[in-house]
Design a protein around this ligand. Structure first.
Ligand code: IMP
Length: 220
């Protein structure tokens, strides 16, 4: 069995990823451990996400937590790319309203202000040109000797609705109320039942690709 630390302090994410991998890998192939489980034994410090791409940031986290724990580490970085904005908000998705700076706002306030900024910046852009995608990059660092982490990228395609058409929907978080899901663009990702979003999402796509890579590393 391969023990992998998952670069998250959130126990729910450990459960969610364990459940996804359980459906894709042989029984007991891997065991995911959260940072919180290790914090009782080790002092772990969070690295700054200073990269210019999702790949850079996921890699920084995977390599750094491996350095601190000596274990294999799986880390992810995600966000929204809008074509008409040259790929922004990209790596600063969670703090787009403050140009990527942490300004002491809670998640709800940030999500609202981020969404307003996106809608304002797309003023006058036609529906066809409002294409966007959620991206999730997962990085796996395979121990202290591993200089380059293994990277996979999952995407979830859609477009940003027009003002008046969106925001819509009570599920999800972040940009979900603005994001009309391709190819029909009838529902926002905040209107999808959580189970459905979990099948279609960028995180699910990245997890499937990572499970393929992990499967190829298993003995036998
Ligand atoms: P994180 O790396 O998972 O924290 O995601 C970074 C930011 O990207 C979040 O704070 C959201 O603003 C945005 N984001 C990532 N995934 C989603 C999603 O599934 N729905 C809506 N927003 C998302």
């Amino acid at each position: 069995m391969i023990e992998i630390v998952l670069a998250t302090g959130n126990p729910h994410k450990v459960e969610e990823m364990s459940a996804i991998f359980a459906g894709l890998l042989p029984p007991n192939a891997i065991r995911l451990v959260g940072l919180r489980d290790l914090a009782t034994m080790l002092k772990i410090t969070e690295p700054a996400e200073t990269g210019g791409t999702f790949e850079d940031n996921a890699s920084i986290k995977a390599v750094e937590y491996t350095r601190q724990t000596g274990m294999w580490c799986l880390a992810d970085d995600s966000g929204l790319e809008i074509d008409a904005l040259g790929g922004r908000p990209g790596v600063i998705s969670s703090h787009y309203c403050t140009d990527g700076r942490e300004a002491g706002m809670n998640r709800r306030e940030r999500d609202g202000a981020n969404n307003q900024r996106v809608i304002a910046e797309l003023a006058g852009v036609s529906p066809e040109n409002r294409t966007a995608r959620f991206v999730c990059v997962m990085a796996l660092s395979r121990g202290l000797q591993d200089r380059d982490s293994l990277l996979v990228r999952g995407t979830f395609e859609g477009r940003i609705g027009l003002p008046g058409e969106v925001p819509r929907g009570d599920h999800g978080f972040g940009y979900d109320p603005l994001f009309l899901v391709a190819p029909e663009y009838r529902f926002t990702s905040a209107e999808l039942p959580p189970d459905r979003k979990n099948q279609l999402s960028h995180r699910a796509a990245a997890a499937r690709l990572m499970a393929d890579r992990l499967r190829s590393m298993l003995p036998g």
